[in-house]
Ligand binder design. Structure first.
Ligand code: 13P
Length: 257
């Protein structure tokens, strides 16, 4: 059985109506390999526009919409926050959680991330759970310890079987926005660790869970990264803001065995 591959665009705090339109026009003309899903994650104010644009271009059945965060509560006095219900009203199917920028700048803890993962799952949204080590942690040979410590609270919160509906994105912090991509071999080694870590709890789930790579992925390096056995696509930042480049990356993604 082929594992699903995913290429997700994380626009971060960039992009707007023009990029929504340009991306839809480009996506309407690409051909994807079998079992590859593409997810576009704009900022909250543009989710609805992207949904309308996908419908207008007849892309809504082929491409998915993702958000970049969700609140862990259903509703209430949480000024500035966005609920899972609100995302679903915009036809959102995926939500990026635990991105290193949220962990480091907004001090989200792995426990809070775990609560958000639970909230997403309970509302039928697929979490794209980001994990990754800093440069100092890699230098100190702490990568596996850090990744395990980021995964464990989520496993404790939702259980290993819930990973049938979770996508993991391994994003080494030192590779994000720096142009310093992990070498394909280094990324593969870490992805294999992640899969083995899950397999110790449930081998079947571990085989099914897509593990994406993120960090300076571009049109030039994507093919070699996607060729690795345990890399099931990518979470793309900067290169996802260029519709031409992003579509090249989407077309390079392969369903893996
Ligand atoms: P870059 O592709 O810009 O390095 O960003 C990666 C990322 O953080 C995606 O979530």
């Amino acid at each position: 059985m082929k594992r699903q591959s995913i290429v997700a665009a994380n626009w971060k705090m960039n992009g707007g109506f023009a990029l929504v339109e340009e991306m839809s026009e480009r996506l309407a003309h690409i051909s994807l390999q079998e079992s590859v899903n593409v997810v576009v994650c704009p900022s909250f104010p543009f989710l609805s526009a992207l949904s309308h644009s996908f419908i207008q271009h007849e892309l809504a059945d082929t491409f998915a919409i993702g958000a970049q965060n969700v609140n862990e509560f259903d509703s209430g006095a949480y000024t500035g926050e966005v609920s899972a219900d609100m995302l679903k009203a915009c036809n959102v199917q995926y939500v990026i959680l635990g991105h290193s920028e949220r962990r480091s700048i907004y001090k989200e803890t792995s426990t809070q991330v775990a609560h958000k993962v639970k909230q997403a799952l309970e509302n039928g949204l697929t979490p794209i759970l980001c994990i990754g080590e800093s440069e100092a942690e890699r230098m100190a040979e702490q990568t596996e310890t850090v990744l395990a410590a980021q995964l464990q609270p989520v496993i404790d919160e939702v259980g290993i079987s819930a990973f049938a509906n979770i996508v993991i994105a391994y994003e080494p912090v030192w590779a994000i926005g720096t142009g310093k991509t992990a070498s394909p071999a280094m990324a593969q080694e870490t992805h294999q660790f992640i899969r083995t870590f899950l397999a110790e709890l449930d081998a079947n789930i571990a085989q099914k869970t897509p593990v994406l790579y993120g960090g300076s992925v571009n049109a030039k390096n994507c093919e070699e990264l996607f060729a690795q056995a345990d890399i099931d696509g990518g979470l793309i930042g900067g290169a996802s803001l260029k519709a031409d480049e992003f579509t090249v990356i989407c077309s390079a993604a392969k369903g893996t065995n």
